[in-house]
Design a protein around this ligand. Sequence first.
Ligand code: SF4
Length: 459
Amino acid sequence: MAHKLDFDQDLIKKYDKSGPRYTSYPTAPQFSAEYTAETLQTAIERSNTEMIPKPLSLYVHIPFCDTICYYCACNKIITKDHSVSAEYIDLLEQEIKMLAPLFDPDRELEQLHFGGGTPTFLNYDETVRLMGIIEENFEISDQCEMSIEIDPRKASDETLRLLVNTGFNRVSFGVQDFDPRVQKAVNRIQSFELVRDRMQTARDMGVQSVNMDLIYGLPLQTVESFGLTLDKAIELKPDRLSVFNYAHLPERFKPQRRINAEDLPSPAEKLAIMELTNNKLQEAGYVFIGMDHFALEQDSMVKAQQQGTLQRNFQGYSTHADADLIGVGVSSIGSVCESYYQNSSKMDEYRELVLAGRLPVVRGLKMSEEDLLRKEVINQLICHFYLDKRQLEDRWQISFDEYFAGEIEELGAMVKDGLLSMDEHSIQVEDKGRLLIRNICMVFDAYLRDNVVQFSKVI
Ligand code: SF4
C-alpha cells in the first residue's frame, strides 16, 4: 500500500530544527583531508577483490551556467565562454583516464548521471566528446540508467535528440516555480509553455522518465501562487516530482544576497505551502517517497519502496542496487568500498592536481563498522519508514535494544507524539512521522550532537 502523509502543523513546528538530508552517512561535514588519492586507490583495489564486485555508477559534474539563479547554493561557474568548458572536458578526460583503469574491466557501468551547474550548458560537440570519453573508458551496461539535469532554457531539439540517441533515458527539469513574478525575483525566467514544450519533446523522442524540480520558500511566493504552480506541474504529469525547501543563507551563498529577505514567505506561510503541496500532490495520484520526493503510483520508485529495495545516495533516492559510485569533476563526491571521497571544489586546485597527473581527491572518510551499522539503520528508516530489528541483529551480531539503548530512550518522546511505534521486532514510522523522517534518523547519527547548525531546516 502507498505511504500516506498526515500533515500535523504543530508537530512540524515542534520538530523544526536543522538536520542533514542523509544522502550519505556519515555526512559530508565529517570528511577529512586524511583521506587522500592513495586512500581512494586502495579502496578501489579492495572493491575489485570483493566476492562479487559491485557494479559501477558514474557521476559527472558540469559546473557551468550561463546565467545565475539567485537562490543558488550549488558549486557552479557563471560564464558564456565555451573555451572554459572545452578545457574542462580535457581535464575530465585526464581524470577519467586515471580512474577508470583502476577498476576491473568487467565491472559494468549501470548508472550514469550528469549533474551541475547546468549539464546542458555543453554544446552538441562537447556532449558528443564527453560521451565518447566515457564510452572509451567504461563498459556501459545495456541496462544502464542514464540521467541528466536539464535547464529547459538550454535544451534545443538538437540537444534533446542527441541525449536520447546517446542513451539518456531519464531527464530532470529544473522548474522551481511557474509564477513570472517569482521567476523574476530569482532571475530564472522560463515560461510554462517552454517547459511544457521541452518536456513533451523529450517524451516524444522516447525519454522514459521525467522528473521536475520545484522549490518552495522563494521570494514573492504565496499559498495561492504556489497552488497555481502545482496545478501547472500536475498538468504536465512528471513521473517524479521533487519539491525542495529554499534555505536563505546569504552569508554563505553570495547569489542569495540579491534576494530581498522581506519578499520571502513567513514560516507560517511556508508551512501552509508545504501542506498544500502534500495535499495537492497526493490528490493528483503522487505518492510521498520521503524527504522532498514524490512519484506517480506506477513509477519504479514507488514499487522499489513497496518491495523494500529502495536506496539512498548522493542523488537522493535510487531504485538501483548498491553500486560503487565514481564522482568525476570539480567538487564531485564518490563512494567506493565503504568509503567516501570528494574532489577539490576549487577549480584552480582541481585543474592543478589533474594536470600534475594526480587524482583530484582532497577529502573523504573511511567508514568504521559502527558507521556502517548506523548507515544501514538510517537507510532503512529513510527509504522504507520501517526498521527490521531482527534482520539487523542477525547481520551485525548485536542485540538492537542493548546497542541502541540510548537512542530507544530518545525515541520515546517521538512515540508519545505519534511519530513512530516500536515493538521488540521493529520500528515503524507512522503517517505523522513521515515528513519528520530526518528528525528520526538524526537520533541514530553519532556525529550530530555538536554539529546541527550547519544543516538546513525542515521548514
Ligand atoms: S541553480 Fe542551477 S542553474 Fe541556477 S545558477 Fe545554480 S547551478 Fe546554475
